[in-house]
Write a protein that binds this ligand. Sequence first.
Ligand SMILES: *[C@@H]1O[C@H](CO)[C@@H](O)[C@H](O)[C@H]1NC(C)=O
Ligand SMILES: *[C@@H]1O[C@H](CO)[C@@H](O)[C@H](O)[C@H]1NC(C)=O
Ligand SMILES: *[C@@H]1O[C@H](CO)[C@@H](O)[C@H](O)[C@H]1NC(C)=O
Length: 222
Amino acid sequence: MAFLLAGLSLLATVQAANVKPVLVPNGCASLPNLQQTGPASGFAGPWNIVVDQCVNTTAIDNACTIEGFGDMAVPITLDDQPDVKSGFVSIVSQKLGAKSYLICTSGIGFEAMVFYDNQNDYLPINITSNPASAQLKWGQAEDESEPVDAYYHYIDGKKQDGIFLGANNVTSWGIQLQENVPGTGGIPMWQLRLLGPGSEDQKTGKALKEGEYKTFIRIDGS
Ligand SMILES: *[C@@H]1O[C@H](CO)[C@@H](O)[C@H](O)[C@H]1NC(C)=O
Ligand SMILES: *[C@@H]1O[C@H](CO)[C@@H](O)[C@H](O)[C@H]1NC(C)=O
Ligand SMILES: *[C@@H]1O[C@H](CO)[C@@H](O)[C@H](O)[C@H]1NC(C)=O
């Protein structure tokens, strides 16, 4: 049994190492649930994004308890900046009920449904440029962020199931439970951080921080 588990986790590690992300052609038009409301005015969605192939290196079998958990848009409200609209797209517990939808709109890119002033709005999301904390957020300045892209995964030249979010050919994210992010009202959430070049933990030099796991983020239904 121990041998079998060791073999399985080795397999998981080897597979993760060989995944090659390939940009989905034609942007939003190749994503699930495409809505055509006119030539070039379509959007795809809505869908959730979910934790996929999460690797818990501290568990014997590498299994993650948050596999399949979905996203929630968590607004940040700071007392000294009440009018600034920004926030995180994070992963939340299955128990937290309603999840937030994302869509992909031609000419804009990925957007998250956010609740402000008693109504739902779709706001563009992108990834913080800072390599050490490349978070998935809305309300970021253009010169401080990068667009989110959708990727297929290939292993040994074979296309795998699923469409995954990332940027610059990277689809691996660090995911870590945070309970007291300023301005969020203390909602426990699993925060995402893209594991691109320069994302290593500054103190230890390791790819992941303590208590952080590695995962892909898949468009639900893809
Ligand atoms: C990871 O594994 C450790 C050790 O088994 C466990 O305490 C922790 O809850 C696990 N976390 C996740 C997200 O699977
Ligand atoms: C990021 O999103 C904001 C809106 O929230 C937008 O103004 C900005 O141009 C975007 N940046 C990029 C690089 O797409
Ligand atoms: C991503 O990979 C493609 C194909 O290998 C390559 O053409 C492109 O330059 C890469 N983009 C980045 C940002 O590395």
